[in-house]
Design a protein around this ligand. Sequence first.
Ligand code: ATP
Ligand code: MG
Length: 394
Amino acid sequence: MKEIILLKEGEIAIKGLNKRSFEDSMIRNIRRRLKHLGKFSYERSQSTVAIRPLEEDIDLDAVEECVSKIFGIAAYCRALVVKKDFEEICEKTMPYISESAENAKTFKVNAKRADKKFPLKSPEICAELGGRILEAFPHLTVDVNDPDLIVTVEVRQDHAYVHAGNKKGAGGIPVGTSGQAMLMLSGGIDSPVAAYMMAKRGVKLSAIHYVSPPYTSDRARQKVERLCEKLTPWCGDIAFYCVPFTEIQEKLRDNCPEELFTIIMRRLMIEIAQRIAEKNEIPALVTGESIGQVASQTMGALVCTDAACRMPVFRPVIGMDKTEIIEIARRIDTFDISVEPYEDCCTVFTPKHPKTRPVLADVEAAQNGYDFEPLIAKAVEDTELKVIRYENAF
Ligand code: ATP
Ligand code: MG
């Protein structure tokens, strides 16, 4: 039995003149993600990409699993490759669809005839094959409006494909087609979800993480690296920047009003992120902030944080409830790592009574009372880069 995987493009299909370059990006991403599973050929026609295994014993379940996380794909399915002979199509279809047929009550046949020389027209294929399916699976009835099972026959130039039902793909647009951004990644639940949402819209992400040893442990940093690894099937490889933040936090504790500690710390985090982003020609930042979630994410606090920004800061979970964020975190499998109990630098020296309505002028005055510039420059200088590779996620 020879099977291939068919991918249906989502939004790419309506990209007009840019469609080709979106497709190129998507196929490039697919090639990279499937490399560890074997050799494949890729054919595209009519907003469908066919992935054909070129070696025996390729694990198609694993291919499906990878493909389900690649953005730009609206739906995917396995399909049987059959000789372009109607009798043979019928004969091979029955065992191929038997499991799906057993689980269904109603069905319809869909036929697409790209090869107009094929002796049966599409409606004839539907009627004839439909009749044979009814004979083979007498419990089924036909429902053309809302069937449980759709059996599709696509007659192409070389072969016919038969498949029984699409699975929902990751949607979105291919990573890399919307430029780059720097994700501020904590070990928490929200920022990995923010990563997923930006990657879904085609943004290629790098990640920045602040550590404060000895207040934060090496285990905490490793946890964030594992989160990055979990994200790579969605995002691709991630350049991971780790910033030593201890000295800045200590000086901040010793030199600024306690109730403004968190807000000034966040402004300094933003400043460092921007410098590293600028050095790498990355034009925007991403955070996992959600309005009203904690004291540093009130409207007033966000206004004060934003005033320290020279570049756009995207906050894709800003309007989501924690329960909605958790739902996605579970789906993308970051949740279990996120809830492991390690200290984040944001919880080091947190004030007992943080200002929830900080006044920007007060914040700026407090921050200007100490010269953080040399420490910022040093933190940027001492930042370590490690590329988290997709291949290591397995
Ligand atoms: P999360 O669940 O993602 O940790 P949170 O609700 O705990 O978010 P905060 O700790 O206030 O919120 O952090 C808000 C955002 O700031 C995070 O979503 C993340 O983008 C960024 N951030 C927090 N801590 C760090 C860190 N140690 N390194 C990098 N970014 C961080
Ligand atoms: Mg956090």
